[in-house]
Design a protein around this ligand. Structure first.
Ligand code: S3P
Length: 180
């Protein structure tokens, strides 16, 4: 049993963090928090506007600050943005303040799931596949570094992935205000 005060989902864009996260939050009686939405609420602009106004580096600074605020609280299911693990301090805080589930997804599934997406600034370009491949190569080891549990979402519908996770979390994670 791994005691932790929050459940935290990490993984790439299109892994199903929001969809699976909402279901898991309900199942475990946690408050669902989407870290990207928390940034939008805090800054008062959409994610594309933030990227346009302050660039990716500016977005990452907002992400770091807002995530630190969220992670100071308890009883939440936090769905993190796909790039949150790039920052070493974020990774350290994520690992300290939650039981971390890595939702893995293949680039092929990402391309299918995100092909109409207009909300992710990093994907508004022709060479999406290469961008996603490069991100996967860089980020997969970082997701694995923080994860207590990994599930391959290619294999399951959101409902099936949630059911799998409920079973596994019941034996592996224990809610505790005080992380070990
Ligand atoms: C990003 C993922 C997005 C969002 C931003 C950057 C990334 O979050 O934070 O567009 O770098 O992978 P989701 O993973 O929730 O789509």
């Amino acid at each position: 049993m791994n005691p932790a005060p929050n459940l935290i989902l990490v993984g790439p864009m299109g892994a199903g963090k929001t969809c699976i996260g909402k279901r898991l939050a309900e199942r475990f009686g946690l408050v669902f928090v989407d870290a990207d939405q928390a940034i939008v609420d805090d800054v008062g602009s959409s994610i594309p506007e933030v990227f346009e106004n302050v660039g990716e580096a500016g977005f990452r600074a907002h992400e770091k600050r807002v995530l630190a605020g969220l992670l100071a609280q308890t009883g939440q299911l936090i769905s993190t943005g796909g790039g949150a693990v790039l920052d070493a301090n974020n990774r350290q805080r994520i690992a300290q303040r939650g039981f971390v589930v890595y939702l893995r997804v293949s680039v092929g599934s990402q391309l299918q799931r995100l092909h109409r997406d207009k909300t992710r600034p990093l994907l508004q370009r022709e060479d999406r596949e290469q961008v996603l491949e490069q991100m996967a190569t860089l980020r997969d080891p970082l997701y694995r570094e923080v994860a207590d549990l990994t599930i391959d979402t290619d294999l399951y519908s959101p409902a099936e992935a949630t059911a799998q996770l409920v079973i596994r979390l019941a034996t592996q994670w224990q809610y505790s205000e005080l992380p070990a």
